[in-house]
Design a protein around this ligand. Sequence first.
Ligand code: PEP
Length: 267
Amino acid sequence: MRIPVIAGNWKMNLDRSAAVALARELRDHAASSSAAVGGASGGGAARVEIGVAPPFPYLEAVRSLLRGTPIWVAGQNVSHEKLGAFTGEVAASMLVDVGCSHVLVGHSERRHLYGESSDLVGRKLAAALAAGLAPLLCVGETLAERQAGKTNAVVLEQLESGLKGQEEASLGRLLIAYEPVWAIGTGVNATPAQAGEVHRLIREWLGRRFSKAFAAATRILYGGSVKAENAAELLAVDDVDGALVGGASLTAASFLKIVAACPTRAR
Ligand code: PEP
């Protein structure tokens, strides 16, 4: 059963008081709609799972506000190293220490602005798993790659490298986000047909690489200019199991409209 997930990537936005205020609004929403909002471990009826990825300095404050709610908290990035002389890096164990249960790996801004290779993304994913974090592996092609007909090849290479050496048994909490780079922060979202095509490709690949049962159970989120106005049609696509939301996750009003647009049935 795939319970839909709506996750907010706050990127390098907000200050401490705005981050805390946003978390408080999400907490209040979760409290007032506890039947429909579930956490990663929530059982029972189908529900929408919510997560947020605040900037590192605000993780602990946001996490302590959300403690006791099913809303999970994620790091936006993680080191592939355990601990040591790696100035400016954050270890997976530190994310766990401040209460994160999830972490983004391979976000396109990390790949394209900071030169993270697919191989490095794979090592980060392994570090996250080793620390007990649920990785949210982001994959997606640039506009030039799409125009050159390379979308499938790029996405498959990022999956192969990102999950290299991994066994199905360790990936029970894996989330994948298909985020076409040309759709991130541009206001131009993939059409439901474009998203559906790549989500199907990813699910078929998971079935070949792991097992059909694993492919059927793994949630694949769409990300790229998701907003209240386009969420319903994107989230209605068969293989789209939720959304990773950047800009529209920065106010509770717009983020919660996307949550409200999400079908609450598990697939
Ligand atoms: C993202 O950063 O993952 C993202 C999808 O951003 P936006 O929603 O702003 O396009």
